[in-house]
Design a protein around this ligand. Sequence first.
Ligand SMILES: NC(=O)c1ccc[n+]([C@@H]2O[C@H](COP(=O)([O-])OP(=O)(O)OC[C@H]3O[C@@H](n4cnc5c(N)ncnc54)[C@H](OP(=O)(O)O)[C@@H]3O)[C@@H](O)[C@H]2O)c1
Length: 234
Amino acid sequence: MNLKNATALVTGGSSGIGYSIAKVLIEAGAQVAITGRDEKKLYKAAESLKAVAIRADVANEADVQRTYREVLQAFAHLDILVNNAGFGVFNKLVDMDRSSFDAVFATNVTGAMLMTREAAKHFIQRNTGNIVNICSTASLRGSANGTAYYASKFALRGMTECWRTELRQHNIRVFLINPSEVLTNFGTAAGFAQKENPTKLRGEDIAHMIKAVLEMDDRGFTPELTIFATNPKD
Ligand SMILES: NC(=O)c1ccc[n+]([C@@H]2O[C@H](COP(=O)([O-])OP(=O)(O)OC[C@H]3O[C@@H](n4cnc5c(N)ncnc54)[C@H](OP(=O)(O)O)[C@@H]3O)[C@@H](O)[C@H]2O)c1
């Protein structure tokens, strides 16, 4: 696809990987809307990106419906949905509380499903569209303390495979992107420090790869892309 004059919606575009994706798409000539819950952070990011800001929680169905009303009001049509909003809770199984487990699934799984359901209705009508799911290497194998986060990313991988099978006949490309550790606000939000090191991945590395896979001619697509740091040091 040609990203010039394309339109994109990036959930969780106010920070980290989502911010970098929005930036790269805008630099390629696309019009981009970003979402997030924290209004101050969202408007600051949108101003620096020159993106459309939509304050919305992906886990809230009314917010999701309003997001599409605002996107279509701003751009008239949508070409790309990037399901990026997400967070992690990392606890031993024996310390796992129900509400944190449910909250991770509400955003990372239910939120992605709600956003994609609405995008799919629009894409099927147009007989074209792109869905990019920001998953994780956490969707590839389990880990201690990973009950909530890893399981949510396994679920996102499962939904991605279902959507790909279901939507291909409508010329809709569904991509799964698995970054390994990326330096963002993710660790702080989960209550641990990510150590800064030049060997670790940045949001811009992930964004660069997403731009590359989207730009392939619409006759083809890369179903899944896993991105490792070459030799990350703590
Ligand atoms: N960093 C890593 O090492 C890494 C590795 C692999 C995959 N990932 C995935 O990459 C994605 C982005 O994470 P990041 O590392 O860029 O973290 P981040 O810097 O914390 O960004 C997360 C973004 O998602 C938004 N968000 C969170 N919950 C939301 C909700 N319910 N509704 C709408 N927006 C929501 C946040 O804004 P608000 O809090 O204001 O809503 C923020 O804009 C996540 O899906 C994460 O699982 C990250």
